[in-house]
Write a protein that binds this ligand. Structure first.
Ligand SMILES: [Cu+2]
Length: 149
């Protein structure tokens, strides 16, 4: 790899130097950002991993399916770090919002049909409302109450 880079530099020195330098700078910037993120307090650090494609290994997994117009999910959950594995099995776009006990979380973008994404939430004891904040979906039945013990 190093030999190839040197060979290219020798042939087209000005461009090769510029092209080679930019990726290095990006890598340094990213490393700096990660460093800053790590020193933020725990609450914000938890927020950065809230949405994901796969459940975190230390989270309790809860499967949720969304369709027109209902949630299929358990209504009694345990406190602690929870990974809601939310699948849209319907024909329209849907979202999953959980509100209660000082928590209000939803996916930044609605889930398209057949899409599955994971929302991480640290649940405390209490009552939570789960709704689909799309158009009039809650009024059509896309809401449920979840109790955390
Ligand atoms: Cu919906």
């Amino acid at each position: 790899m190093k030999t190839i880079l040197l060979a290219i530099t020798a042939v087209v020195a000005p461009c090769a130097l510029l092209c080679a330098q930019n990726p290095v700078k990006d890598t340094v910037d990213t490393a700096t950002n990660v460093g800053h993120a790590a020193v933020r307090h725990t609450k914000e650090a938890a927020d950065t991993v809230a949405e994901a494609l796969t459940p975190e290994p230390d989270a309790r997994q809860v499967d949720v399916t969304m369709s027109e117009y209902k949630f299929d999910m358990p209504t009694e959950l345990k406190a602690g770090k929870t990974a809601f594995v939310v699948k849209n099995v319907g024909r329209k776009k849907h979202n999953f919002e959980i509100k209660g006990a000082g928590v209000d979380r939803k996916f930044q973008k609605n889930l398209a049909p057949n899409e599955t994404r994971v929302l991480h939430v640290v649940l405390e004891r209490g009552t939570y409302e789960v709704t689909c904040p799309v158009d009039f979906h809650p009024q059509r039945g896309m809401k449920t109450t979840v109790t955390v013990k």
